[in-house]
Design a protein around this ligand. Structure first.
Ligand code: 4AD
Ligand code: MG
Length: 457
């Protein structure tokens, strides 16, 4: 007999076509309890967030065997499906045969009590078996698919940009070097210095000038020594780039992408999202509804600074209360603007050019650049985007100042071979997942987080 999958049983049940037949299952014991006469196992087979209840007869030879199955054990069961109208679960399996496939040692750390997220981080190889993390990593998988589906429907071309590169795209000096163990690390392999990419943007821009609308989506690496719930040294980023597109068009795509992903994840992860709403972030459903049903607000950096200054004057306590035009906003400032002022997602635009990357387009005021950061409650910045400087002379000057004009001569070429206005952004995937699920720490939204001072697994 071929194994049934629990996800199919629930789907058949919902469609009203689940029949009371004999089926076989394999899965892992979540709980097992019996009162001598009758026993119940909550089995999870991995295909559904929901368990299936297995019932066994305590007085039988089979019951004598099944009563000893421990939490975490891998088992097989054959039995008869029974619809159970009126019971908490819609159906159950009355066991006829069962085998223990993989037993569990006595020190198995996942017992029936609640475990803290901190504790579970120490056992990243086992946490996908818990409700929270099982839900989380399925949503992560569906969210990745949601991203691709959005761009596929819009005709964007997916470009695989390299992980090993010669440039530090953002120019922030936060890249990891790639070396072998040879004596002269700089000459040993590529004959040049090499680093892990901090952003695929510079490599994806040339493709926008060939296909119009493109994106890259992959891991990026930053040696930021920031010990926060939002920073990891390896994280995934979605970076679209659109030709013949200005900052306004850029923001329209960001907003549409985020709304599409919320709808997609809700449609395909109903049980998981219901779980997050009930156990992780009680206001999650309402929050996501509000995001879907309103337009994202837009605020200039200059307006943001005025609001923050006023907040300080009115007695709001920031760790860094020294607010001035030209400063780089800290996460507490960004969070104030999105949480206390906008009360939802807000685009902060037109930043001082000195605090932003060299490739951003200078505004006519000569002081600011056409940049947009999307700030959301709890996370702060989840998107950084901009219109790109398309005037050859201006870009060259900035790159000479930044010292990368020579190494990135090919990037400058784009401004002299059929250049046009183009824009793009980077959406931090792991932060976005945190926002969608209410899980507050990037050490949880990443299956195997890499953070400053911490490399396990
Ligand atoms: O704002 P960033 O640095 O923008 C870029 O990299 C541009 N090249 C994007 C572009 O225009 N194509 O990073 C983009 C996003 C941030 O908004 C944040 O969500 C995420 O990447 N991010 C991080 N996520 C986790 N850990 C870190 N250390 C992150 N650094 C940035
Ligand atoms: Mg940024």
């Amino acid at each position: 007999m071929q194994d049934s999958l629990v996800k199919d049983l629930y789907a058949q049940y919902e469609e009203g076509r689940l029949s009371e037949t004999e089926i076989a299952l394999e899965g892992w014991v979540r709980t097992n309890r019996d009162n001598g006469k009758i026993g119940f196992i909550e089995l999870n087979d991995g295909t559904s967030f929901k368990n299936i209840q297995i019932v066994y007869d305590g007085d039988s030879v089979l019951g004598e065997k099944m009563r000893h199955y421990k939490t975490g054990a891998a088992i097989s069961v054959k039995g008869n499906l029974k619809l159970t109208p009126g019971a908490p679960q819609p159906f159950e399996l009355k066991a006829v045969e069962s085998e223990l496939i993989g037993d569990v040692d006595a020190d198995y750390p996942l017992q029936k009590k609640r475990h803290s997220f901190e504790f579970l981080r120490e056992i990243a190889h086992l946490r996908p078996r818990t409700n929270t993390f099982n839900a989380l990593y399925r949503v992560r998988s569906v969210l990745a698919y949601a991203i691709h589906s959005f761009f596929f429907e819009k005709g964007f071309v997916y470009v695989h940009t390299p992980e090993i590169t010669t440039n530090d795209a953002e120019g922030a000096g936060q890249s990891f070097e790639v070396v072998t163990r040879a004596k002269d690390p700089y000459k040993d392999f590529y004959g040049t210095t090499a680093s892990l990419t901090v952003s695929g943007q510079l490599h994806v821009e040339p493709f926008a000038l060939a296909y119009r609308n493109v994106y890259t989506f992959g891991p990026t690496f930053r040696a930021e020594k920031s010990n926060t719930p939002r920073h990891a040294s390896e994280f995934w980023m979605i970076e679209p780039e659109m030709a013949f597109c200005d900052l306004k068009g850029d923001m329209e795509v960001i907003e549409a992408l985020i709304k599409h992903c919320i709808r997609f994840v809700r449609a395909h992860c109903k049980d998981e999202m219901a779980f997050f709403n009930q156990f992780v972030d009680k206001g999650l459903d309402e929050k996501l509804d509000r995001v879907l049903n309103s337009d994202f607000k837009v605020m200039t950096y200059t307006e943001g600074i005025e609001i923050l200054k006023k907040a300080v004057a009115d007695g709001h306590k920031f760790d860094n209360p020294n607010i001035y035009w030209g400063m780089d906003l800290q996460s507490e400032h960004e969070r104030y603007l999105t949480e206390a002022v906008a009360k939802g997602p807000v685009f902060l635009i037109d930043y001082p050019k000195e605090i932003k990357a060299f490739y951003m387009k200078e505004n006519p005021d000569g002081k600011t650049v056409a940049a947009c950061d999307l700030l959301v409650p709890l996370e702060g910045e989840i998107v950084g985007g901009s219109q790109r400087e398309d005037i050859y002379g201006k870009l060259k000057e900035k790159m000479e100042k930044a010292g990368n004009a020579e190494g990135l001569a090919w990037y400058l070429d784009l401004r002299r071979y059929g250049g046009c206005s183009h824009s793009g952004f980077g959406l931090g995937f792991d932060r976005f997942l945190a926002y969608l699920t209410g899980m507050a720490n990037i050490r949880d939204t990443e299956p195997y987080p890499r953070t400053y001072g911490n490399l396990k697994y």
